[in-house]
Design a protein around this ligand. Structure first.
Ligand code: URA
Length: 267
């Protein structure tokens, strides 16, 4: 693979070493940067050209309908499965199904292309996400954006092949960023399930153990599940480390990069 200057600088910004061939030295087989190759067999990921596709205009968003406060413990849980985007968004922002609604500033729904090829699933909003109403806007989000950008993907713009959709397992911030509780995950699950059904991604990237538990129903460690292709409702799913973990454990960034390349290779 030939890395563009932009990709090289992004990989450096992520803390990933970029191998540069010296003059006369052949470039290696396509795959992740050489510095990563010791971790696993290289994965062939064609660079995705951001400029190649025309910009797709997003369909105008219909005004959200008024939605009654939803208690997902009751019969309304079934209704979520047939909601369209505006109704789902409004239902999430009105949700009072668990105690997290008491401490949230606002719900954090999701961001990106509503028909994205790649859907990224994280854990739960943190402080900055709770304030802004958008997933992954803090330091972990900056790392995620840099990794996506390095392969020509973005949360902000582009056609479905280039603009991802990002959502969390929980739509409300757990107090003091504590771990999600099983009951909270269960109440919020229909929302994520419906987002996945509406986006209909070609590939899902599950980041961290709570996304993995929610989507695969597995308690196995991320480190044991990553590196292969799982499925969620027939959709290929790749497991990777959560970016917040990567900020604490930068030595695992190379593995996360491999996981992202594996996901991109399926697109
Ligand atoms: N961590 C997550 O899992 N999601 C966010 O939105 C922010 C941090």
């Amino acid at each position: 693979m030939s890395w563009t200057d932009r990709q090289r600088s992004m990989l450096r910004a992520m803390g990933l070493a970029v191998w540069t061939p010296s003059i006369g030295e052949a470039e290696p087989e396509p795959g992740p940067p050489q510095a990563l190759a010791s971790e696993a067999a290289p994965i062939d990921v064609p660079p995705r050209s951001v400029a190649a596709s025309p910009t797709m205009e997003r369909p105008p968003r219909a005004a959200p309908r008024e939605v009654e406060v939803i208690d997902l413990a009751g019969a309304d849980a079934g209704g979520v499965a047939s909601m369209d985007w505006p109704t789902l968004r409004a239902a999430v922002s009105a949700c009072r199904a668990c105690a997290l609604c008491e401490s949230r500033t606002q719900t954090v729904f999701g961001v990106g292309h509503p028909q994205a090829d790649l859907m990224v699933v994280g854990e739960a909003p943190g402080e900055q996400e709770d304030l802004k109403g958008e997933p992954f806007v803090g330091p972990a989000g900056q790392l995620l954006d840099a990794m996506l950008q390095a392969i020509g993907l973005s949360r902000r713009e582009g056609p479905p092949e280039q603009q991802v959709y990002i959502a969390n397992t929980l739509k409300c911030r757990p107090p003091r960023n504590r771990n999600p509780e099983p009951a909270e995950l269960a109440k919020c699950e229909p929302f994520l399930r419906r987002q996945l059904a509406l986006v209909q991604p070609k590939v899902i990237l599950a980041m961290g153990r709570f996304a993995v538990q929610q989507l695969l129903g597995s308690d196995e460690a991320v480190g044991r599940l990553r590196g292969r292709i799982h499925t969620y409702e027939g959709v290929p799913l790749v497991v990777t480390y959560h970016p917040a973990y990567l900020l604490r454990q930068p030595s695992d960034k190379a593995k996360a990069w491999e996981d992202l390349c594996l996901a991109a290779s399926l697109l």
